[in-house]
Design a protein around this ligand. Sequence first.
Ligand code: ARG
Length: 454
Amino acid sequence: MRKGRFQQSLSEVARRYSESASFDRRLYRHDIAGSIAHVTALVKAGIVSAPEQKQIEAGLREIEKELDSGKFQWDASLEDVHMNIESALTKKIGETGAKLHTARSRNDQIALDLRLYVKDQINRTSSQIKKLQTSLLDLAEKNVDVVMPGYTHLRRAQPILFAHYLLGQVEAFARDVERLNNGLERTDVLPLGSGALAGSTIVLDRELIARELGFARVSQNSLDAVSDRDFVCEFLFCLAMIGMHLSRVSEDLIIWSTIEFDFVEFSEGFSTGSSLMPQKKNPDMAELTRGKIGRLYGNLISILTTLKALPSSYNRDLQEDKEALFDSVDTISAALELCTAMLPELKINRERMEEAASDPNLFATDLAEYLVGKGMAFREAHEIVGKLVANAIDKGTKLNAIAPADLKKLSPLFGVDIADVFDVRRSLAARRAIGAPSPENVKAQIKSWRNQLR
Ligand code: ARG
């Protein structure tokens, strides 16, 4: 690369500072696929003959095998994955290899490799999410009749089914898959053929390259194509969002597994001990998941910051996109794998959940709605039940233990049938509107998600 223009070689410290082969080697399969497709266009443009194409392709396939098996000899004096592969090809097949880089720059080459990589990762992440959703559904199905208190502000609010909680997580992850697929549309654009920034005087059939590589579209502006990393930002945002969802589930499970709640218990295979306190059984896997998600936010901010002040077209700063991207991919993939494996082993303490869900205060709203059913305006009913709650607290009794005479004093609408109000199964069964947690709805949702995930 320096042969013609430079007299001196790159300083050793500069070489170490700028090399990317140590991390962009991860892109070798995509780089080779891109080169093979590029050659088909070079043949059509009359630059490479059909026999030469065969030679180049065979050489690249051999190199790919060496890379797959770890036998490839990386040359530290060559900056990146592109130069390493191109140089290995020329060593292997001679002169013909030197034609490969015609009408191509590493600027459009890296943009291509990254898009191919992100496309793959979008699909991989989606299928990992689907496995996690299946894990959540299995758990919901196994515990379909387990009731628990639903919380707002981390205070007991109203009864729900545990399965309803789990289905809520399935929803969030479904949005994540949708978001990934939406980003796929903007990632699925071929940048190759944009050259360094201004295309080439050698005209390539870019539609042909796009077909070879399975791209839906071809970029329409060479300047934009070599500088566009929007798809990386979007993907990193998607991963950050998935991570945020995982972190929230982790947080719930950590809280619910405390001795204070005692709703769930992590299996021993997913718990750690303390080096000091012999009695401890800690939820480190969920804590690590919650903790690792910070990196995903950091990586997103890092790429956005790199991009914000770049002059148009390609600048070397863009090399900084890769480690952030790879780190997020590795982090989310490990976290999804962990959660998918951990959930089936979670022990559900249905007695404790049920007991907590029978707290009469959880039915205060049901009681107000009982009065509404007898014709009272909701605001009035809310106030009356509020007074009942205050009375019960005063007397140190429960909402369902107030004497009928005392109730009548507050409203003549109270009848003997109010005992039913405190029945958790009745309360749940009545919550039948779309999206509400009646057992019937929950069962239908489990079935519907099963079909969607199949
Ligand atoms: N390693 C560079 C990157 O990751 C691609 C090579 C382009 N380098 C260059 N000096 N034009 O973006």
